[in-house]
Design a protein around this ligand. Sequence first.
Ligand SMILES: [Zn+2]
Ligand SMILES: [Zn+2]
Length: 249
Amino acid sequence: MDEQSLAPRQRFPRWMLAGWMATAAFVGFRYVPAANASHSHTGWNQIHIATIHGNDGPAGGGSGPGSQDEEYCVMSETTALPATTIAPFIEQTLAKLDFSVIWDGAADWRVDLWRTQKFCNQYATADRNRIELEFRIRESWAALCGGEQYACVTAVNPVTDSSGRHQHYMYMNAHLKREQMAAMGERARKFINHETGHLVGLRDPSYYGDCMHSVMHNNLYASLGCTDPVWHPTPSDFVSVRNIANRAN
Ligand SMILES: [Zn+2]
Ligand SMILES: [Zn+2]
């Protein structure tokens, strides 16, 4: 499969960028445990994927993604790291490592991640619009993410939760740089898991020293004094996502 020559495009021309959160690429190597912090979006506008509150299966039964699950696709727009190479690594990071370090299955399987058969840009629009999450690889996302060193997520199509008490998003996209992924080791997993943390509602540190044992508050934020090198979601991350799924954040 060769998707590398396709031009970038939006899934919906009407999509607007509803929010982005950038991740610095600077990495340090000291570990310092730090204080607890709440780090989810609260109030009316909660930046998380709308399907996080439920879990179901296919309408016809059997194994597969249901309407409350999170399907995701991968695509690459750089020939230096084709989707055929990076997509299996992203899937492994999200769903195929030890259960204690993966996002798949979080919040009692209300986070239920299913990789699509094809790459995002191989789907016709109507089918692509059934996929909740996209992981997109490029050389640079500087224009979208606010700087050359950043990855970020975007949230699009805000919808009101069935509770009527907050707004969340039908689709979210993680924008990752080829440089961040290229070695396909723990550093790449750190970016994948951090940005996925945003997809499920977690936030970045909000001030200098807002550090804890969390994939959201790790040494990707060395600029804010965070030094924990953890590359995977931690128990506190899983608690926070469970609270989001429970509408108790
Ligand atoms: Zn972030
Ligand atoms: Zn919600």
